[in-house]
Design a protein around this ligand. Structure first.
Ligand code: NAP
Length: 244
């Protein structure tokens, strides 16, 4: 049976490009999106290129969808080889150079953590029994360099001046989950890593970003297709390790 992957938040941006690049490598990819029309349109555009892609409706903020996804994948494929937790939100400010920590709206902080962290954990743990059935399970969490506490604490680091507290802390929490989950699965054939895609031109990254979306998907794709000798429990950008 072919390799089966699921990518969340994949109707556009880095997620869509990740689906495309994985499918171009011969992977059967479930393109997950919360919006049916957008997700189906994205799938249709990839099927036109002859790629093996199917739509799965999955709202990361709706845990009922996780069970539906589990049942669908179990019935259709019996296993899941690759999970890319790509869906994410940044709902604070768009300005580089602000620090929101003194005035963060708690509702924004909670909403950001729900989507970027709590629900990512819930979805991953729901699907884990299917990933355990894979010969070479790979879990990729879309983090960000903005989740690095080491870099945030260093006045000389390039990110020191940008402190979007809700977004940054949610990605730091994703990093913590990466380390904990990788350790929990150390004796299995499942690898768990956190990806920093780079600053990428997407709706979230804005047009000011220096990287195109094709390059922005490369870290996720490389971690999804890691060989058995590849790393686990790491925080990676284009093959280079980042400090936690
Ligand atoms: P994007 O273009 O804004 O795409 C975000 C995707 O997440 C969209 O498909 C969106 O769906 C989906 N999403 C949001 N909430 C969701 C939910 N509740 N359920 C399902 N899907 C949901 O952003 P992007 O730049 O591609 O970002 C992808 C990932 O990379 C994110 O985790 C982001 O934090 C991370 N990242 C991005 C950059 C960058 O420079 N772009 C840098 C570091 C990390 P809708 O279209 O329905 O809203």
């Amino acid at each position: 049976m072919s390799t089966i992957a699921l990518v969340t938040g994949a109707n556009k941006g880095i997620g869509f490009e990740t689906v495309k690049q994985l499918a171009e490598q011969g992977v059967t990819v479930l393109l997950a999106a919360r919006n049916k029309e957008k997700g189906e349109a994205a799938v249709a555009s990839l099927k036109e290129k002859g790629l093996d892609v199917a739509f799965l409706q999955l709202d990361v903020d709706n845990p009922a969808d996780f069970k539906t996804a589990y049942t669908y994948i179990e019935t259709t494929y019996g296993k899941l080889d690759i999970l890319v937790n790509n869906a994410g939100i940044q709902i604070e400010e768009t300005n580089w150079g602000v620090n929101t920590s003194t005035y963060i709206d708690i509702a924004v902080l909670k909403k950001t953590f729900d989507t970027n962290f709590f629900n990512l954990v819930d979805l991953t743990n729901t699907l884990l029994p299917l990933i355990r059935k894979s010969d070479a399970g790979r879990i990729v969490h879309l983090s960000s360099i903005l989740g690095s506490l080491t870099l945030h604490a260093d006045p000389n680091s390039p990110i020191y001046g940008s402190k979007l507290f809700a977004y940054d802390a949610s990605k730091t929490a994703v990093n913590a989950y990466t380390v904990h989950l990788a350790a929990a699965l150390a004796d299995t054939n499942i690898k768990v890593n956190a990806a920093h895609p780079g600053w990428v031109k997407t709706d979230m990254g804005t047009d000011a970003a220096p990287m195109n979306v094709a390059d922005g998907a490369k870290t996720s794709v490389a971690l999804a297709l890691l060989g058995n000798d590849g790393p686990t429990g790491k925080y990676i950008h284009l093959g280079e390790e980042l400090p936690w």
